[in-house]
Design a protein around this ligand. Structure first.
Ligand code: NDP
Length: 288
């Protein structure tokens, strides 16, 4: 009989990190008489963004962090939106800022992202923080790559010298994750659309001791491609027939892997907690 992979339970991992942050925040409160205050800046009322903001709020409250959602109308001008970010940067009572996507077409996301103060940049989107991450000089690291690293660490398997293959090379997941894995001395391959077009995705996936998939295509990776004993982290979120599924075909992958994240309930819950961890790091930086 085949052995099944161990499930990497995101809710359980998130709870352990939440407990640690709750303790840190309580200690800050008794020592400094204040707690981190985070502001989520959102334009319009995209339903996915609102649901994500609600879960951020719930997690912040559980930890004892103050959380505010600042909602701006779709018609806000680039100039007014820039000013809103600048005002939040100047406000000493705001410790962290997150900028919710999507933004309307007339708002230049990257220009505004670079206005988020580097000490308040909860998602690590300012180019200065991206540069610092490359040099290993910051604790404020994009949340999803951090969540993936937490899942890998939770297996207890050493990353050093392992073949890590990332499928998906976006600026918020694949690329920053490649830097974090190199820092831990994995040998890293990053696959993207051209890898698939060249017909070489299966070959790369099959070499992975640690496989991370962040594409957004339901069941792109069948279990038969996966190296026996691999650690599989599925970042993808896809809605199929009213159900949420990942980028990896879970049932067949579970028969090959040693550890695997479910979707939902894997990377997602840890990502939200990583945002709070960045808030706590930002608060420490501003109060050190
Ligand atoms: P993007 O669309 O920004 O990036 C997708 C990447 O996958 C690109 O590098 C793209 O290459 C590559 N790609 C597309 N098709 C293929 C293919 N057939 N073979 C190989 N590579 C391919 O997506 P995101 O990084 O923002 O998100 C990826 C997924 O992760 C989504 O499902 C998203 O919902 C989910 N997600 C989950 C989070 C969580 O916390 N659980 C957080 C963030 C995202 P190219 O650009 O060259 O086309």
């Amino acid at each position: 009989m085949k052995t099944m992979a161990k499930l990497l339970d995101g809710k359980q991992l998130a709870q352990a990190i939440k407990d640690d942050l709750t303790q840190q925040v309580a200690e800050m409160k008794s020592r400094l008489n204040k707690v981190p205050r985070l502001v989520n800046v959102m334009i319009g009322h995209d339903s996915g963004s609102c649901a994500y903001a609600n879960s951020q709020k719930r997690v912040a409250e559980q930890i004892g962090i103050e959380y505010e959602l600042k909602n701006f109308p779709e018609t806000i001008s680039q100039q007014d939106f820039r000013q809103a970010i600048i005002d939040l940067n100047k406000d000493p009572d705001v410790n962290g800022i997150m900028l919710h996507k999507p933004v309307p077409k007339h708002i230049d996301y990257h220009t505004v992202a670079n206005l988020v103060g580097i000490e308040k940049d909860l998602e690590g989107i300012n180019v200065a923080n991206i540069g610092k991450m490359l040099l290993g000089e910051t604790n404020i690291i994009p949340c999803t790559p951090q969540a993936v690293m937490e899942h890998i660490r939770s297996t207890g398997v050493s990353i050093r010298g392992k073949e890590a293959v990332i499928v998906g090379a976006s600026g918020i997941v694949g690329k920053p994750l490649s830097i974090l894995l190199v820092e831990q001395l994995a040998t890293v391959t990053v696959c993207h659309i051209a890898t698939s077009e060249a017909g070489r995705l299966q070959e790369h996936v099959g070499r992975a001791d640690i496989l991370i998939v962040a594409v957004g295509k339901a069941r792109l990776i069948p279990g038969s491609w996966i190296k026996p004993g691999a650690i599989v982290i599925d970042v993808g979120i896809n809605r199929v027939d009213g159900k949420i599924v990942g980028d990896v075909d879970f049932d067949s992958a579970q028969e090959q892997a040693s550890f695997i994240t479910p979707v939902p309930g894997g990377v997602g819950p840890v990502t939200v907690v990583m945002l709070m961890k960045n808030g706590v790091e930002a608060f420490k930086l501003q109060n050190s």
